[in-house]
Ligand binder design. Structure first.
Ligand code: NAD
Length: 496
């Protein structure tokens, strides 16, 4: 068996990156970063504190006037250079991501690619940032709209896409002329450490892009600090809604908070089952279910018992064959949960599902983990007979668990989805354009798939989300991001 070489050979002592330098945190507390596939310590990250954030915000604030005056074309050129460096270091970045997160190498490669695409979009900022104008709004008077940067922006990132998520925001924010403070997840900080080494090499002026580590204390300072003009958050709904959105708004900041999810995948009787099954498997069990776009509830439509049984049998057969293990080993198709407590959480939902009367037809707890320390590994689970009132149908599990629900028709499928408190993503599998159109029209979710299991928007489209999955107005990526990171100023002029 081929095992890819690990790029991290010794324990990394992680530092903050402030004003163009790697600096020690003011906090003495440290957290161990563990490779979840091997339960081996790979790094130590500071817990962080308000002082770290103040230093980073001061540096970003000082860098702003001159960065703002740097022309968009020149700012874009830094991103062309960064893109080259990212391509040169692509494989290392992907392997680091697998080491700290556990996802398989191809998932990491996909994540790095998606991140780089955001850098590519940012390199087009001279066109993207253009405003518009109208001559003669009244005789001899012209009106123009220009987009201007606001100052310091910050990102508070989740553990599950340690490389890609910060890149949904930072490149556009900085290319539009703002300066930046990034706070990675305290569980998976290494991907951003490697990324910032390349930012440093690309030669961005000191203070333009900064990074501080830690968990709660740095976030509190980001939310409080009056110099921070806006915050991009990605994480769980409770933190996003009850802490970030409320507290950042209280100090007048712009906020985009992309939060939790409970995604429904609907299979219609006319779906092409052969192409649907791989899409379902990848959606429910890819990234070990730790994706905000992951399938959670599988909604089987219609009363054809033989069709439902044969479809579910195919899904279970394929799920049983998924090869689980360390993502740097060849042929592995699913990694572990990112940390022990995340597996505990999934286990508690499996127990809850059984308790509430759902039928556990495939039990991921019985997966044989021989060869790997079992603390974070878990096989795929499938529940049948799940109803909308059950906890496993309503709450985000964030693990490899499929809950199968039955509804008689498309009306009921759409009602079921719209009843959910979340509105991140939903997909329908069908051969009918009419069904697809109706699904797109009526379903209250931000990212819709038609014969697509994981409806992940490309960098030039916004990553949408509704209801308890998103708080704010303008989403990450695409034109939304350009608007979020700029102020629209209108100028009306007459030259008598
Ligand atoms: P999390 O909410 O635990 O953490 C996210 C960030 O918030 C981290 O940087 C963390 O340090 C910070 N944080 C945690 N507790 C805090 C507190 N009490 N006060 C201030 N800051 C705090 O989320 P997670 O477990 O890292 O990520 C998983 C979640 O992210 C899932 O719910 C998933 O659906 C969601 N997610 C959403 C999207 C999307 O686009 N909608 C994308 C990826 C992940």
């Amino acid at each position: 068996m081929v095992v890819l070489e690990e790029p991290l050979k010794k324990i990394v002592e992680i530092k903050n990156y402030i004003d163009g330098d790697w600096v020690e945190s003011e906090s003495d507390e440290k957290r161990d970063i563990i490779n979840p596939s091997k339960l081996k310590k790979i790094a130590e990250v500071p817990e962080g504190c308000a002082e770290d954030v103040k230093m980073a915000v001061d540096a970003a604030s000082d860098a702003f006037p001159s960065w703002r005056k740097t022309t968009p074309l020149t700012r874009a050129r830094y991103f062309f250079r960064l893109k080259e460096l990212l391509e040169e270091n692509f494989e290392t970045l992907a392997r680091v991501c697998t080491m700290e997160h556990g996802k398989i190498i191809d998932e990491s490669r996909g994540e790095i690619r998606r991140g780089i695409e955001n850098v590519e979009v940012a390199a087009g900022i001279p066109s993207l940032m253009m405003g518009y104008n109208l001559e003669d709004i009244s005789r001899g008077i012209d009106e123009i709209l220009i987009k201007q940067p606001l100052g310091v922006f910050a990102c508070i990132a989740p553990f599950n896409f340690p490389f890609m998520v910060p890149l949904w925001f930072m490149p556009t924010a900085v290319a539009t002329g703002n300066t930046y403070v990034l706070k990675p997840s305290p569980w998976t900080p290494l991907s951003m450490v490697k990324f910032m080494e390349l930012v440093d090499e690309a030669g961005f002026p000191p203070g333009v892009i900064n990074m501080v580590h830690g968990n709660v204390a740095p976030v509190q300072e980001i939310l409080r600090n009056p110099e921070v003009k806006g915050v991009s958050f990605v994480g769980s709904t409770h933190i996003g809604r009850d802490i970030i959105y409320k507290e950042a708004a209280a100090t007048g900041k712009r906020v985009q908070a992309q939060c939790g999810a409970k995604n429904h995948l609907v299979v219609m009787p006319d779906a092409d089952i052969e192409s649907t099954i791989p899409s379902l498997l990848s959606s429910f069990f890819g990234n070990t279910g730790q994706r905000c776009l992951a399938g959670a509830n599988l909604v089987m439509v219609g009363e054809d018992e033989a069709w439902v049984k044969s479809t579910l049998d195919k899904i279970k057969d394929a799920a049983a064959k998924i090869k689980i293990g360390y993502g740097l080993e060849e042929g592995i198709q699913m990694g572990p949960l990112q940390a022990e407590h995340r597996k505990e959480r999934v286990l508690s939902y499996i127990e809850k599902g059984v308790e509430e009367g759902a039928k556990l037809v495939m039990d991921g707890r019985k997966y044989d983990s021989s060869g790997y320390p079992e603390k974070c590994f878990l096989g795929p689970s499938v529940f049948e007979g799940v109803t909308t009132d059950m906890t496993i149908a309503r709450e985000e599990i964030f693990g490899p668990v499929m809950s199968v629900m039955r509804v008689p028709n498309l009306d009921e499928a759409i009602k079921t989805i719209n009843k959910s408190e979340y509105g991140n993503a939903a997909s329908v599998f069908t051969n009918s354009g009419k069904t697809g159109r109706r699904f797109q029209y009526e379903v209250q979710c931000g990212n819709i798939g038609v014969n697509i299991g994981t409806a992940a928007p490309m960098a030039f489209f916004p990553f949408s989300g509704m209801k308890d999955s998103f708080f704010g107005d303008l989403h990450g990526q695409g034109r939304d991001a350009v608007d979020f990171f700029t102020e629209s100023k209108v100028v009306i002029q007459r030259w008598p």
